[in-house]
Design a protein around this ligand. Sequence first.
Ligand SMILES: [Zn+2]
Length: 140
Amino acid sequence: MKKINALQAIIQAKCPRCRQGNMFICSPYNLAKFTDTYKYCPRCGLKYEREPGFFYGSMYISYAFTVAIVLTFGLGANILGNDPPLWVYLTAITVALLIFSPLSFRYARVLMLHLFGGVAYDPEALDERPVESKNAKVGD
Ligand SMILES: [Zn+2]
């Protein structure tokens, strides 16, 4: 099995403990299900929601992503459009936010778990989750 470093695990949205199991059930652009997060790591059984309401903290990270997107696309519209009318800014920022929302949501959760979850890398971790919880989602 190929080992990956912490940055690769974050980019690929992998479990912080085993760095092999996925955090999300499907593609970020499956618009009906992009928010679905496994309750437990499918490989090592780590409970992703470290405590009740753990992922509420990821809203602050998501807010930072949103500010970065608004500034980037607002400045981009200003520079490329040579100070265009207001509707150009609003259209550029709205389209960018719609496109990047699924990624913002997911990477906010991934960073929250990796940075604030208090989970150490342990490639030999054993699966200790209850059998009936396999494939359960956060919120189930
Ligand atoms: Zn895992």
